[in-house]
Design a protein around this ligand. Structure first.
Ligand SMILES: Nc1nc2c(c(=O)[nH]1)N[C@H]1C(S)=C(S)[C@@H](COP(=O)(O)OP(=O)(O)OC[C@H]3O[C@@H](n4cnc5c(N)ncnc54)[C@H](O)[C@@H]3O)O[C@H]1N2
Ligand code: MOO
Length: 422
């Protein structure tokens, strides 16, 4: 049995890198940039007004005061989208927020800061200023936000809604990104049934349970940016399992990964290791010094497809996804290994040293305003109900025993792509 650190090192060294492709911007969310993207032009691309008001020249109003108000005739109106109006000396141009500034304008006076004279139709004919605007006031200069060649995303940046905002502003309609991983999910277990589709509430028969692992993994994988293919519940024999794997391998897609749940422990029907051996897979580890999920298995299939045999217990499958599958996915996306958050522990937790323990936990802001993690009741690996309250995992290292209230502990958010580590 190897340690978690050894297993993680193997995952990081053996993770295949997802291939690069060009995708429309709308398809880029949650994927990593497969190259640097730079600004092609200045943004703003023209000087424009930050306020609804009047564009003026400084020389015309630098002596304006309540005692000596300055009156300027208004000779034009520029709406956003219009070409700039000319601004002659001794005049003002009415201008809207975002509208192109006249070349000669040196400041914009907000409409609420001036007295406005209107004609019978309501159009502004003149303004009266009682103070001088500061040079450049309310002007958004060309290139103040992005200059040409500014780096927008580096290679390996995970693209968020914020990156999409910047890329769209810069006219980027397609981006080099890594292809999504293509993950096939298999379930095992003669007792396991899929929930009948479209039925409001079904009840399983005697000695039968519903498949909760596959829907969980499918959803967690989609959150991780993967395409998911559900390959069903495989009959509990080595031959059926090997045949199912061969079927997926024969139709393997770029970025193919395979996950199964169950049948990796020591039971009479735990045939996954034998099926892999029959397929000449390279088993990199089977059983890791952790809880839950100790029987977890990781192998490379002959054509370089990573395979995870996750244990069948629901919390074991969840921990297996979070601490084995997710690190491999991060590496495949080209993201760095994930450091834990260090957070305060709300209450003492007693456990013997020996294994690394992944504890279902909930991080919340305490009455003192400081974030603290509570280890949830019900850590047994069959319990699903605590998953409803989990927003992350406290990790207790192998050499440590009890965890004391108030001490700093390692916390991994439920989302392995948490924005803190983007
Ligand atoms: N003698 C030993 N027995 C067990 C050991 C051991 O070391 N020695 N390890 C235990 C640990 S730890 C775990 S975890 C489980 C893992 O078992 P398997 O991965 O072989 O899984 P199964 O036996 O097939 O199922 C375990 C459990 O999970 C339920 N299950 C299975 N698939 C699903 C699914 N898709 N959705 C929901 N629940 C599922 C299944 O009904 C069982 O209750 O082994 C221990 N035993
Ligand atoms: O370690 Mo198993 O994953 O607890 O039940």
């Amino acid at each position: 049995m190897i340690s978690y650190a050894q297993a993680l090192a193997l995952l990081n060294t053996r993770a295949p890198r997802l291939q690069a492709e060009t995708a429309p911007l709308a398809e880029a969310l949650g994927r990593t940039a497969a190259g640097e993207i730079r600004a092609g032009f200045a943004v703003p691309s023209f000087d424009n007004s930050a306020m609804d008001g009047f564009a003026v020249r400084l020389a015309d109003c630098e002596h304006a005061s309540p005692q000596a108000p300055v009156v300027l005739p208004v000779t034009g109106v520029t709406a956003a989208g219009d070409h700039a109006s000319p601004l002659a000396a001794g005049q003002a141009v009415q201008i809207m927020t975002g509208a192109m500034l006249p070349a000669a304008a040196e400041a914009v006076c907000p409409i609420e800061d001036v007295a406005v004279t209107r004609d019978a139709d309501g159009a502004v004919t003149a303004i009266t200023l009682t103070s001088a605007p500061a040079p450049g006031a309310n002007i958004r200069g060309k290139g103040e936000d992005f200059r040409p060649e500014d780096v927008v995303t580096g290679e390996g940046t995970r693209l968020t809604s914020r990156h999409l905002m910047a890329l769209a502003a810069l006219g980027v309609g397609s981006v080099p990104v890594r292809q999504r991983p293509h993950v096939s999910i298999l379930a095992t277990g003669n007792e396991v049934r899929d929930v009948p589709a479209g039925q409001a509430s079904a009840t399983p028969g005697e000695a039968v349970i519903y498949n909760s692992n596959s829907p969980y993994l499918a959803a967690a994988l989609r959150e991780a940016g993967a395409r998911v293919e559900y390959s069903g519940i495989i009959p509990d024999t080595q031959a059926a399992f090997a045949a199912a794997l061969e079927g997926i391998i024969a139709q393997a897609r770029p970025g193919q990964i395979i996950l199964s749940t169950g049948a990796v422990s020591k039971g009479e029907f735990d045939f996954v290791p034998a099926a892999l051996a029959a397929l000449n897979a390279e088993i990199l580890f089977h059983r890791v010094a952790i809880r839950p999920g100790k029987p977890v298995l990781f192998a490379m299939l002959p054509n370089g497809i990573p395979f995870f045999g996750l244990p069948g217990n629901p919390a074991s499958a969840a921990a297996g996804f979070r601490f084995f599958v997710a690190p491999l996915l991060r590496a495949a996306w080209g993201l760095p290994p994930e450091p834990p958050l260090r957070v305060r522990l709300a209450e003492t937790y007693q456990a013997r040293p020996g294994l690394r323990i992944f504890l279902k936990a909930h991080l919340a802001i305490g009455a003192d305003g400081v974030a603290a993690a509570t280890i949830l009741a019900g850590q047994e690996s069959f319990r699903i109900q605590p998953m409803l309250h989990l927003n992350g995992w406290v990790v207790r290292p192998e050499t440590v025993g009890n965890l004391q209230a108030g001490e700093l502990v390692d916390f991994y958010p439920a989302d392995p792509f948490s924005p803190f580590f983007a």
